[in-house]
Design a protein around this ligand. Structure first.
Ligand SMILES: [Fe+2]
Length: 196
């Protein structure tokens, strides 16, 4: 069973003016597609691993044969992270969550503004290519940045929300101004898709 690239949950231009259509098209159809293709290629000689769901691959990297472990880590991680990234953005997003998520964020970070500052700092401060996550670990919400395509699932966490800070996510529109891209991204967060 091969892993497949799902369609973007909205048209390429849906996230304008914060994210431009050309960036979304290349990001989804070229970059994300390549991670899926390279994951399938790495798993090709391992029929037993082809049956393993994406989440289980990430959680059980230690049991993946060493000769493909780095490829699986990079490409399964990339596939997983992009799925969450697409799903947790929408046109007309932004604002603040409500209900139990809002309460959990206040409990963990003091306030929504405190959370926003912490995730922004993780995203802008991540050295080189990577991601910044809101995730659950040990029953508590936490924020952190990761390099490459590493994700909290690889260390026992469960991801809720993520921002892609690889240059391919923003360079056409924002060039080196990662902080401006991250600030714009807050206007796209689809809180309905962020589930505790
Ligand atoms: Fe990306």
């Amino acid at each position: 069973m091969a892993h497949t690239l799902g369609p973007l949950p909205y048209p390429f231009d849906a996230l304008e003016p914060f994210l431009d259509a050309r960036t979304l098209e290349i990001h989804h159809d070229k970059h994300h597609a390549a991670y899926v293709a390279n994951l399938n290629k790495a798993l090709e000689p391992h029929p037993d691993l082809q049956k393993r769901p994406l989440g289980a691959l990430l959680e059980g990297l230690d049991s993946v044969p060493e000769e493909i472990r780095t490829a699986v880590r990079n490409n399964a991680g990339g596939h997983f992270a992009h799925n969450l990234y697409w799903r947790t953005m929408k046109r007309g997003g932004g604002g603040e969550p409500c209900g139990p998520l809002a309460q959990a964020i206040s409990a963990a970070f003091g306030s929504f503004e405190g959370f926003k500052a912490k995730l922004t700092q993780a995203a802008v401060g991540q050295f080189g290519s990577g991601w910044a996550w809101l995730y659950v670990e040990g029953g508590r919400l936490a924020v952190r940045g990761t390099p490459g395509h590493d994700c909290p699932e690889m260390t026992g966490g469960r991801s809720l929300l993520v921002v892609d800070v690889w240059e391919h996510a923003y360079y056409l529109k924002y060039q080196n101004r990662r902080a401006d891209y991250v600030e714009a991204w807050w206007n796209l967060v689809n809180w309905d898709a962020v589930t505790l």
